[in-house]
Design a binder for this molecule. Structure first.
Ligand code: V47
Length: 390
């Protein structure tokens, strides 16, 4: 123990002083945090920053995942979800099927649809635009967080549009923001092994920058616990931090734990709980310009996600419903948690649950429904029942 700080690893001393002084950490210091076995000290520091920013609050949202198709031409080794068109289990929903799923989500109080899918060889870009228009028309106040940078890149290719024009069309159709998937690990050595046909890390970041430029905010992720080195994790986080310095367009960061079952990397062992907690904590400490770090309970398990709320995370993510990407890769977590269950997990971690919308406006379920739903100004309280009133 050093002074009043709970530190047993002497290498962490100068880093702790910088954290307490709100001084940006270097990549070398990020690496030292990852290499340290003093998990509690790393977690304590991350929790210090988390509480500085968010006090005791832990956010969650009521959302529904919609995966329009699992047919995918990319065949990434890391993925158990994608299928060839004629492979067993391949599916593509019709627009009506998607609207029916969305309606069920709205009936359950969803304020967000999280929409991502495979890179289908035959569906035109117009299919996705019609999907977005149809959802927006039917559920105008549900936030559409749709299509990763990887999908944007593919749609640009098949429709022979620039990235910017593709994003503009998506925005015009009703996309409100972009999820953070497909980032994996930016380093080319890793991408060659786990997702060699996917966009490069540089291109992922360029698409994110373009989205932010045209006013579409996005999330960012990092897939950890496969073939990457700790240096490559740090490199990934620092590139995100640099991009955020330029655009301030990232809303939240989600570290995603790799699930190997049924993937081309099934021989790799799952990351341990210690690795997951440390990765969340180091993300909080290196990403000093990201407000929100999510503990995605679907992949972490509700138990580890709960502990993560004391290791830097300030959000448990959503109720989710029908999660396919992790469950195809062997996740044994439930596919759905209710609001009450999320709130119980949060309270049991000693945090105060606050329901949010996608952009972290607070939602108050107790407010009586006004007749007409109006978009909420940033930071205001949004009466959820107004979203369901139409
Ligand atoms: O892009 C794919 C990852 C991502 C596997 O933005 C795998 O709010 C582990 O991006 N094991 C999709 N991970 C999930 C995602 C996400 C999740 C929650 C919230 C948000 C958000 C985004 O899942 C993919 C890929 O990186 N993935 N296969 C696997 N076998």
């Amino acid at each position: 123990m050093s002074g009043k700080l709970p530190i047993t690893d002497a290498r962490l001393e100068p880093i702790a002083q910088k954290v307490l002084g709100n001084v940006r950490l270097t990549p070398e210091e990020g690496l030292a945090l990852f290499q340290s076995h003093d998990l509690l000290a790393v977690g304590w520091l991350a929790n210090h920053i988390r509480e500085q920013r968010h006090g005791n609050i832990c956010y969650y949202n009521v959302n529904r995942h919609i995966n329009p198709t699992n047919v995918c031409v990319a065949h990434c080794k890391l993925c158990a979800f994608g299928r060839s068109p004629d492979a067993p289990g391949a599916y593509t929903f019709s627009l009506d099927e998607i609207f029916a799923r969305a309606a069920a989500g709205v009936a359950e109080g969803a304020t967000e649809f999280h929409i991502v899918g495979g890179l289908h060889p035959d569906l035109p870009f117009d299919f996705y635009l019609d999907l977005i228009r149809g959802l927006k028309q039917r559920f105008p106040n549900v936030h559409l967080k749709a299509f990763t940078m990887v999908e944007v890149h593919y749609y640009a290719r098949i429709s022979k549009l620039s990235i910017k024009d593709t994003l503009l069309k998506m925005k015009e159709a009703g996309v409100d923001s972009l999820p953070g998937g497909g980032a994996e690990i930016f380093h080319p050595r890793v991408r060659r092994i786990i997702c060699d046909h996917k966009v490069s890390g540089q291109m992922w970041l360029q698409i994110a920058r373009t989205a932010h430029e045209i006013g579409l905010r996005s999330n960012a992720t990092m897939l950890f616990g496969h073939v990457e080195t700790l240096e490559e994790r740090v490199d990934h986080l620092v590139r995100l931090r640099e991009t955020q310095d330029q655009t301030h367009g990232f809303v939240a960061f989600i570290p995603l734990e790799f699930h190997p079952a049924n993937t081309g990397l099934a021989h790799i062992q799952k990351p341990t709980g210690i690795d997951a907690l440390k990765t969340i904590a180091v993300s909080r400490l290196l990403l000093d310009n990201f407000d929100h770090i999510k503990a995605y309970w679907i992949m972490l398990t509700p138990r580890i996600a709960q502990i993560a709320l004391r290791f830097g995370a300030n959000d448990l993510d959503g109720t989710v419903v029908e999660e396919k990407i992790y469950h195809d890769a062997g996740a044994t977590t439930p596919e759905h948690l209710t609001r009450a269950e999320l709130e119980r997990l949060i309270r049991a971690a000693g945090r105060r649950p606050v329901e949010r919308d996608t952009l972290y406006n607070r939602i108050d379920r107790s407010i009586v429904p006004p007749i007409a739903a109006r978009p909420a100004p940033n930071g205001s309280v949004l009466p959820v029942s107004s979203m369901m009133a139409r």
